[in-house]
Design a protein around this ligand. Structure first.
Ligand SMILES: Cc1cc2nc3c(=O)[nH]c(=O)nc-3n(C[C@H](O)[C@H](O)[C@H](O)COP(=O)(O)O)c2cc1C
Ligand SMILES: [Fe+2]
Ligand SMILES: [Fe+2]
Length: 399
């Protein structure tokens, strides 16, 4: 078994997934992902969330190794997405007397997904589960990914079980506490995790942060990635900034190009932006995975999109990117567009309409017919420079 003791009575019993290529069958996992689960041992025993069912064998081994001869009294279900709930069947089979703890929405989903309709304990906002020395208080945090999401706060040791919030991709290789890990990869993956999975739910994340703001936190036990202790302030700060849709200083330039004209335009735009900030990131939409592009667009305040004209519309991969940004309702960005065409340009209008709909600040856009002339390079550098200047000139407080 691979379990870790987090405090005298709390154990990490989750698993690492290095097999799955695509999370949600869509998002690449270059560093894998962990499905975290926690076991608290007191007069009563309680498991908090389970793991993806294909890892049930290792998971049950972990749980059994900590419980020994004791039985499991409670299973708290903070989140019903199957990466955490599909292990419930295996736990109920091994511990048939376990009471499953959830709110009314959790209970409806338990019935819907797994046919569970007995041995349930419904909890509401502020309810407490007494365990002996420890007590868990429940806070409803709907839409911090799904409507049934809740968090459990252990009041004696000040530990928050935060469901998907404060999570990130990346397996836990040999340790689970933040202070024992090199955190670079997790923080990098936190932006990609947030942008792609939680990105649409900025307001619910803000509501949850306000609700939990008064709690003193010694440890945050998230469902993916490190257990946060020393780095709680930094981690909560990143979630706070992302959920307010605040961008950092920097410009992300994304282009879609078939024959290289739009790409040359992107290079000139980057050169113009680079005069004002070193944080210039250039992505070919057909090469870089869209999850990484979204991650960077969520991180930085300047966004410039370039497209070749394609069948009187945007280049299809750019269309698809734009749709993904719209779906997430990303706010507070400074934007400009550029495009290339042969007979009738059709890039600037839809790109400006997209940015206007999101309430972004627009700078002048620029379209070129066929090959680039020296003056075009000049214009494109100016375009890049204008966006860069705007993102360094605006202090965060004005977002
Ligand atoms: C499948 C296809 C569809 C195109 N549709 C249009 C179009 O509707 N209007 C237009 O002006 N140019 C159209 N073009 C021409 C390209 O926009 C033009 O070649 C442009 O220079 C390509 O930019 P790129 O070099 O960055 O790929 C089309 C090209 C292709 C291959
Ligand atoms: Fe989730
Ligand atoms: Fe999850």
């Amino acid at each position: 078994m691979n379990t870790y003791s987090l405090t005298q009575d709390l154990y990490y019993v989750g698993v690492n997934d290095r097999h799955t290529h695509l999370f949600e069958n869509m998002l690449p996992l270059p560093y894998g992902v962990s499905y975290n689960s926690y076991l608290l041992i007191d007069d009563k025993t309680v498991l908090i969330d389970t793991v993806e069912s294909q890892f049930a064998d290792s998971f049950l081994e972990n749980v059994k190794s900590v419980l020994g001869n004791r039985s499991l009294d409670y299973l708290v279900v903070n989140h019903m997405e199957p990466d955490h709930s599909s292990g419930i069947k295996a736990i109920r089979a091994l511990y048939p007397n376990v009471k499953v703890v959830g709110n009314s929405k959790t209970i409806a989903m338990l019935q819907g997904f797994y046919g569970v309709n007995s041995d349930l304990l419904e909890v509401k906002e502020g309810d407490v589960l007494e365990l002996g020395k420890h007590r868990l208080r429940f806070y409803m945090t709907p839409m911090v990914h799904w409507p049934e999401v809740m968090m459990a706060y252990e009041e004696t040791e000040e530990i928050l079980f935060s469901a998907d919030a404060f999570g990130c991709f990346g397996t836990l290789d040999g340790a689970v506490l933040d202070k024992d890990l090199d955190l670079d990869k997790y923080y990098q993956e936190m932006y990609r995790y947030y942008a792609n999975i939680v990105g649409k739910y900025g307001n619910p994340v803000q509501a949850a942060l306000k609700k939990l703001g008064a709690l003193s936190l010694k440890m945050i036990c998230t469902l993916h990635g490190p257990v946060w202790t020393d780095s709680i302030a930094k981690t909560v700060g990143i979630y706070d900034q992302l959920s307010k849709y605040q961008g950092q200083e920097g410009v992300v330039i994304v282009y879609g190009s078939m024959y290289g004209h739009t790409e040359k335009m992107a290079e000139a735009v980057a050169r113009g932006a680079m005069k004002y900030t070193k944080k210039v990131i250039l992505h070919d939409v057909s090469k870089t995975d869209v999850s990484q592009i979204l991650s960077d667009i969520f991180k930085y305040k300047g966004v410039i999109i370039g497209s070749a004209t394609y069948c009187n519309a945007l280049y299809p991969n750019i269309s698809s990117l734009v749709e993904k940004i719209e779906l997430r309702g990303l706010k507070n960005r400074v934007f400009a567009a550029f495009g290339n065409f042969t007979w009738a340009g059709a890039t600037i209008k839809p790109l400006e309409a997209f940015a206007t709909n999101l309430g972004w600040t627009l700078k002048s856009s620029y379209e070129v017919k066929q090959g680039l002339q020296p003056n075009d390079y000049e214009q494109l550098r100016t375009l890049g420079g204008e966006v860069a200047q705007a993102v360094i000139a605006q202090p965060e407080a004005n977002n």
